[in-house]
Write a protein that binds this ligand. Structure first.
Ligand SMILES: Nc1ncnc2c1ncn2[C@@H]1O[C@H](COP(=O)(O)OP(=O)(O)OP(=O)(O)O)[C@@H](O)[C@H]1O
Length: 814
């Protein structure tokens, strides 16, 4: 014992004394001490979190019941406290469930459901109740009315933190003007310092939930903040899905194996998992067999045989092994088995047993002789020895059918030229290990057994033959051997056996993970969709440009997810500083911990200069008048903590976020590029507009001739589409000259103040309030000129509007 331990030992506490102080900690007690984990770390933040939890639940409940959400939020100062009321028109909560929903942490309907919902853990609203009772000492007051019931139920309750059970302080039926829904009233110590975050949360909730009507009253607002419904369309209904084989953990798998009614692995796989039909179940079982039983090595009949006539040798060995069947039956049997083996590329032990069995049955039927079990076993042993003989016989002759095959395989699998003697040495050592002493030696190995054998043989070769066989060479050898080996047909253990044995369950899990399985279905997800992402941005931001992208569904840890991104640029969006980033998870705005969020990391790592935005230093948040919104929808959103403020860094999700952003950003880039080139064009045209008349004056002055006609020159110089009018008496001629390098389709509306005549076919004049509208839609090829001619009284006015070509590429003198 060290001196320090002696000293410590003097007043050390005994295990018994320690035990007296040890007791179970209730989940409610835990969160009482760790409020920050749930987003209740301060009065300001606590109020926002309580609003968020109640509104998220209200939206989940109303949508799930198929009602268009109508949500009312009120915050009022009451003495030293703030009172929060949230009302919804959802389905209500039954009298039996209500106390648990609000008075028990970790109680909810969503934790076990694989479906896209805002709520996930069953903590949110009860944590708000806990926070309110801890800070104000007041109970939560809940009113709820289920559809069709005459009255509403009213409860006052708190959470007993020792037991994590609701303690009901008052309970009665009451009347309520809503025909169904839930109302919760919480009093808490709070302040409005996080007003900006509260407004952001409500406003952004409205952006991504255009089907909801939300009203917020709070002390700082003279008028309530109202967000009217922009669509009657509820988000697509989501379906719950079974777990995906790639997403379960070992503990869950063992639990599922214990609970299932299925007997066979195939039934279990097909019944309990999504995307598993008969074929996929078979692939999982094949992989499971490989792990559980190992695979068998197969051997060619011809390779390495000492005699040229392999077939004859095998026949002879078989004849020697069989007695009492008569010459005919014995010969036929031996010939057929030998022939079958020599025709095959390789044969494994189990395959050989099958071949012998089939031939024995056939020859038995044909000749009337019975080929019993012993005869078959002897035949298998004899033929197997012919395929795999290794060693030295009594006369000192070597029998080695394995080394030549392995030599070839090792040679192929090792890329760098190895010394041939060393390759031979390794092949021989492997052969030695494969030959083994088992009786019968079926040469059955699991992948890890195979690795060990290759390693042993490799180490020995390095030691004795002075040649290195590095990791890559060894892996390649193992891989080629494993690929050549065959899956055995043995019945896999049944569900009960697997459930009772952790190692076997782990083999099944590995097999599930390794099998290629279709991604989970996505009808459990309801993305906002590209159009609505853009519509949401248009509703809230007056910008010059909008783009949105919704990616296809992907999977992380067995849970499907979809990422969407939207960009609004320019217009009224503030230009100073970095862009605004809006983050959403399952349609819930994330307002805190932006810096810790995977979305922020991804935005920062993108090179925004490539997309036309400023990015000081080439990395980090870009700057400019832009809003970027990112939505991740999943049956299991990975948050960094229970307060659900930030997305955790899951590589699969980050990759999709990046691709979604880049998709929308590419549109922004082409918009900005075009805008830049248009601005340049405008500048050039402005200059030309000033210079051309001056040049015309000069030319006229110098040459003493008339002013040259500069109309049309501008269009030619700028490679524009020029639209010119000529009037000759009553004849009006509109000509369109395309100087650009591509064909253009124009929409020209000519408005005239008197009735036009002599209109060409296809051009009509429509009269409205003493004005005539002529619509002309010419397609003009590059370099082509097209004319519209008609007649008009000389004193009538005419004016043309041209659409279909950017203003900057158009020169109109008409
Ligand atoms: N306004 C409501 N109307 C109907 N049911 C509700 C309402 N609020 C909550 N519930 C029910 O109570 C359960 C518990 O809600 P709670 O907020 O504690 O957890 P959650 O929303 O499931 O998950 P999270 O902890 O992630 O918010 C919900 O799963 C839902 O079944």
């Amino acid at each position: 014992m060290t001196s320090q331990q002696t000293t410590l030992g003097e007043d050390a506490t005994t295990a018994e004394e320690l035990a007296e102080g040890q007791r179970e900690i209730s989940i409610a007690e835990f969160f009482e001490k760790n409020k920050h984990m749930l987003g209740f770390d301060s009065g300001a933040r606590g109020l926002v979190t309580a609003v968020k939890e109640a509104v998220d639940n209200a939206l989940d409940a109303t949508e799930e019941a198929g009602f268009r959400p109508d949500i009312y939020v009120e915050i009022r100062e009451v003495g030293d406290y703030y009172r929060l009321v949230v009302e919804d028109n959802g389905p209500g909560i039954t009298k039996e469930q209500l106390p648990k929903v609000f008075g028990k942490l970790l109680y909810g309907s969503r934790f076990h459901a694989r479906e896209q919902t805002r709520g996930q853990q069953g903590i949110g609203i009860s944590a708000a109740v806990l926070y309110s009772q801890l800070t104000s000492g007041k109970p939560a007051k809940v009113t709820s009315r289920t559809q069709g019931s005459a009255d509403a139920e009213y409860f006052e309750l708190i959470i007993d933190t020792d037991t994590n059970e609701p303690e009901i302080q008052a309970e009665r039926t009451t009347s309520w003007d809503r025909s169904h829904g839930t109302r919760i009233e919480l009093e808490m110590e709070a302040n409005m310092r996080a007003r900006a975050q509260l407004h952001d949360y409500i406003k952004h909730t409205a952006v991504v939930n255009p089907h909801a009507r939300i009203e917020l009253r709070e002390p700082g607002l003279d008028e309530p903040l109202k967000f009217e419904r922009a669509t009657d369309q509820l988000p697509a209904e989501t379906k719950e899905i079974r777990p995906h084989p790639h997403g379960v953990e070992l503990g869950t798998l063992i639990k599922m194996l214990g609970a299932t009614d299925s007997y066979s692995v195939s039934g279990f796989m097909q019944g309990e998992f999504t995307r598993v039909g008969k074929k996929t179940a078979d692939s999982v079982i094949a992989n499971f067999r490989d792990r559980h039983f190992g695979r068998e090595l197969g051997w060619p009949a011809r390779n390495g045989a000492p005699s040229a006539d392999v077939e004859a040798d095998i026949e002879e060995a078989l004849r020697d092994a069989i007695s009492n069947k008569g010459a005919d039956a014995t010969d036929t049997f031996a010939e057929r088995v030998a022939n079958s083996l020599t025709e095959r590329e390789r044969t494994s032990y189990t395959q050989l047993v099958d071949i012998v069995g089939t031939v024995a049955d056939e020859v038995g039927t044909e000749t009337g002789k019975t080929f019993g079990t012993t005869v078959r076993e002897n035949a298998v042993a004899a033929a197997w020895a012919e395929l795999t003989q290794f060693g030295t016989d009594e006369e000192g002759d070597e029998f080695d059918r394995l080394t030549p095959t392995l030599h070839e395989l090792v040679d192929d699998a090792t890329s760098t030229r190895k010394d041939d003697a060393a390759v031979h040495g390794l092949a021989e050592r492997l052969a030695q290990r494969f030959a083994g002493d088992d009786e019968p030696n079926r040469m059955r190995f699991t992948l890890s057994e195979l690795k060990t054998l290759v390693d042993e043989a490799g180490d020995a070769t390095e030691e004795y033959d002075d040649e290195t066989f590095g990791d890559t060479a060894r892996e390649n050898i193992v891989e080629s051997l494993w690929e050549r080996m065959v899956t055995v047909p043995d019945e896999p253990p049944n569900v009960d056996e697997i459930a009772g044995d952790r190692d076997t369950a782990s083999e099944l899990l590995e097999a599930m993970r390794e099998t290629d399985i279709l991604a989970p279905p996505t009808d459990c997800l309801a993305p906002i969709t590209e159009d609505l992402v853009e519509a949401g941005l248009r509703k809230e931001f007056d910008a010059d440009f909008y783009a949105a992208a919704t990616r296809d569904a992907e999977v992380h840890g067995g849970d499907p997810f979809v990422v969407e991104a939207g960009i609004a640029y320019g217009g009224e969006i503030e230009a100073g500083g970095t862009i605004q980033l809006m983050r959403f998870a399952n349609r819930v705005p994330l307002v805190y911990q932006r810096g810790a969020c995977a979305t922020t990391n991804v935005v920062k790592r993108i090179g925004w200069r490539n997309y036309g935005l400023d990015q000081p230093g080439g990395s980090g948040m870009p700057s400019g008048p832009a809003v970027l919104s990112i939505h991740v929808a999943s049956t299991n959103v990975p948050f960094t903590s229970e307060s659900k403020d930030a997305l955790a860094s899951v590589p699969e999700i980050e990759d999709e976020i990046e691709l979604a952003i880049r998709e929308a950003a590419r549109e922004l880039k082409s918009y900005l590029n075009k805008r830049r080139s248009m601005a340049k064009r405008r500048e050039k045209q402005d200059v030309l507009g000033r210079i051309l008349p001056q040049m015309a004056d000069k030319v006229a002055e110098v040459t003493g001739r008339e002013h040259p006609n500069i109309e049309g020159a501008m269009a030619r110089i700028m490679n524009n589409v020029g639209v010119d009018r000529e009037r000759d008496g009553e004849t009006v001629r509109l000509s369109v000259e395309n100087h650009s390098d591509r064909g253009e389709s124009l929409e020209i509306t000519e408005i005239v103040s008197a009735e036009p005549g002599d209109l060409p076919d296809g051009v009509d004049a429509i009269e409205m309030d003493d004005e005539w509208f002529l619509n002309w839609n010419p397609d003009v090829d590059s370099g082509e000129t097209i004319e519209l001619e008609y007649s008009l009284p000389t004193d009538a006015d005419a004016d043309a509007t041209v659409d279909g070509v950017d203003d900057e590429k158009l020169t109109v003198n008409a």
